[in-house]
Design a protein around this ligand. Structure first.
Ligand code: ATP
Ligand code: MG
Length: 575
């Protein structure tokens, strides 16, 4: 492709709306342009990289025996009502009414549609296993679309769904997908980690998120420095503390005035105690009903753990208004004593004695509060977020809590959708059984952003070779010089003949500008043809990643480059 003919609007300045490197660079390097909040156009370079990731995803999914199809984006509400998600799925589901007053939505995911397709067309165990996937634009009306391609409202996802005849067979499919995902991200040149994720009511070790480690990631993950344990915050277990000594005897309850002190910091500083002597009372709504969750002052409630412990479908933190309504005061001096709602306690709280809590009266706290004597606990268990101070739940090693970008998610669904939609097959005994399902997503467009977060410098993007929009950028350093133009044109023809994806910078621009743009858009190999090189009978190569330069003899340069690219490609897969 000739640069002079390409729609490649690079920007000198960093756009003010872009906070993180990938968003800034995707705009500056002319890969994407915003149409409206969370909705982007892919310009030619952006689309080339998107297509490359898609190609890797396709190859690996096909290799694993999955079949590609393409499902509709517009979905009828009736299907979602059958699965029960029309009510449950929040405002991310964009709903609308068509001209015939039929309720519809734009697909944020396709469990309903695929289950419907399969129940209509697959009837026997002989047709199983079946693994179907698509690469398609999804719409989720995200509350806070941000960071460019990282969290869009419209984005490209690979979503796959498997149908098996038994739990055991579904487990085999799940493991195959897990391996496939590792291969996909490695082939994209992404350094990625599979972490255990929450399975809700399914249980077992059958949900993994694939996380690209990057400081700008929206998720925090928990990884052990000693063993291979890795989990997300929702799943990372905080085992009950070992009780080494008997609890101290309960002391007499005391009321203390704490005027204006609301936060853990303020209260503990005022009382001269440490946060682990205080208990926080947090009001949540579990399926709409208030519940008080207790954690130590230095810990935070993990809402998904609370949800699982209570067997609830939905748990959300109560708003200040709701807290006022159900407790009679605003958060700040809440405590478990005298509450009429159920109290659920983290097991670290169960190990405490003589704790400090709020008194359910503004500006008053209580000292020497004891569970049992002073308040009942309806349920106790693991309720809190893991911290770097916790030991690894597997080996007691030291934990780290790095940030990650979720680029993929695999999940064993079991029979939840097939039962809700009555999607069944006849087993080898002639008995009707629900399909055992799994679902597997990859944020294809998010992968572009993740790759850039992991691979950039002050000058621009440093694309991993397998997903770079072009492999080579060929710079003609003086287009007005007939000899240079001829040599560069010839080399361009030679590279094209060999199928090397080449962007030929034939613009009438100063070399400095060409160098800057080449660095910005991040093409792995820069090949330069100029007067000085021609005199020496050479072309100069610069590697975008390492900055290393080398000279190649002009004669045979295209073959040498082809061989170099083969070598680089073989080494590009992340281990
Ligand atoms: P998140 O927790 O980031 O909101 P999710 O868990 O809701 O994502 P899934 O339903 O698991 O997402 O979707 C599969 C994949 O699609 C995710 O792993 C992620 O890579 C990608 N994805 C999800 N939401 C978005 C979005 N708003 N923009 C871009 N990619 C997304
Ligand atoms: Mg997910």
């Amino acid at each position: 492709m000739r640069y002079s003919q390409l729609l490649l609007p690079t920007l000198k300045e960093t756009p003010a709306e872009a906070e993180i490197a990938s968003h800034q660079l995707l705009l500056r390097a002319g890969f994407i342009r915003k149409l409206t909040a969370g909705v982007y156009a892919y310009l030619p370079l952006g689309l080339r990289t998107l297509r490359k990731i898609e190609a890797i995803v396709r190859q690996e999914m096909n290799r694993a025996g999955a079949q590609e199809l393409l499902l509709p984006m517009v979905q009828p509400a009736d299907l979602w009502k059958e699965s029960g998600r029309w009510e449950k799925y929040g405002p991310e589901l964009l709903r609308f009414v068509d001209r015939h007053q039929r309720e519809s939505c734009l697909g944020p995911t396709h469990e309903e549609v695929i289950t419907d397709l399969v129940r209509m067309n697959v009837h026997s165990y002989k047709d199983l296993p079946l693994n179907l996937y698509q690469i398609q634009t999804k719409f989720r009306d995200e509350i806070r679309p941000r960071f460019g391609l990282m969290r869009g409202r419209e984005f490209v996802m690979k979503d796959g769904y498997s149908f098996d005849a038994s739990e055991a067979a579904a487990g085999v499919t799940y493991n195959k997908m897990k391996e496939t995902y590792s291969r996909i991200f490695a082939r994209c040149g992404l350094s990625c980690r599979a972490v255990e994720a929450d399975t809700g009511t399914i249980g077992g070790n059958f949900s993994h998120e694939f996380m690209v480690l990057a400081a700008t990631g929206e998720d925090t993950i928990v990884v052990c420095t000693a063993c291979d344990y890795a989990a997300n915050m929702e799943k990372a277990a905080c085992p009950a503390p070992a009780l080494t000594a008997a609890k101290p005897a309960p002391l007499e309850l005391e009321r203390i005035a704490t005027p204006g002190k609301k936060t853990v910091d303020e209260v503990t500083t005022f009382l001269g105690i440490t946060p682990d002597q205080l208990v926080k009372t947090m009001i949540y709504l579990a399926d709409g009903k208030p519940v008080a969750a207790l954690v130590r002052g230095d810990h935070e409630v993990q809402p998904v753990k609370l949800k699982n412990l209570m067997g609830a479908v939905d748990v959300e933190l109560a708003s200040e208004d709701t807290v006022r309504k159900v407790c009679g005061l605003a958060p700040g001096s809440l405590g478990p004593m005298g509450l009429t709602m159920p109290v659920v306690a983290d097991h670290q709280v169960m190990a405490m004695a003589n704790m400090v809590t709020g008194a359910n009266q503004d500006g008053v706290h209580l000292k020497n509060v004891n569970q049992g004597r002073d308040f009942p606990v309806a349920l106790a268990g693991d309720l809190r977020m893991a911290t770097a101070a916790d030991p690894c739940p597997h080996c007691h090693g030291r934990l780290e809590l790095p940030r990650g970008i979720e680029v993929g998610h695999i999940f064993k669904l079991g029979t939840s959708y097939s039962e809700a939609l009555q999607a069944t097959f006849l087993d080898d005994q002639g008995k009707r059984q629900p399909f055992v399902m799994g679902c597997y997503g990859i944020g294809v467009s998010r992968c572009i952003a993740a790759a850039i977060e992991q691979n950039h410098d002050d000058n621009g993007i440093i694309f991993p070779l397998p997903i770079a929009p072009f492999q080579v950028i060929l710079l003609s350093l003086s287009v007005k010089d007939a000899e240079v133009t001829k040599a560069a044109d010839t080399l361009y023809e030679e590279l094209m003949k060999r199928g090397i994806e080449t962007l030929y910078d034939d613009r009438n621009e100063r070399p400095g500008i060409k160098f800057k743009d080449a660095d910005l858009i991040g093409i792995p190999l820069r090949v330069m043809v100029g007067k000085r090189f021609i005199e020496a009978g050479e072309v100069e190569i610069k590697h975008r990643g390492s900055g290393a330069t080398e000279a190649l003899p002009m004669a045979g340069a295209a073959d040498a480059l082809a061989a170099m690219l083969d070598r680089l490609m073989a080494g590009a897969t992340k281990g």
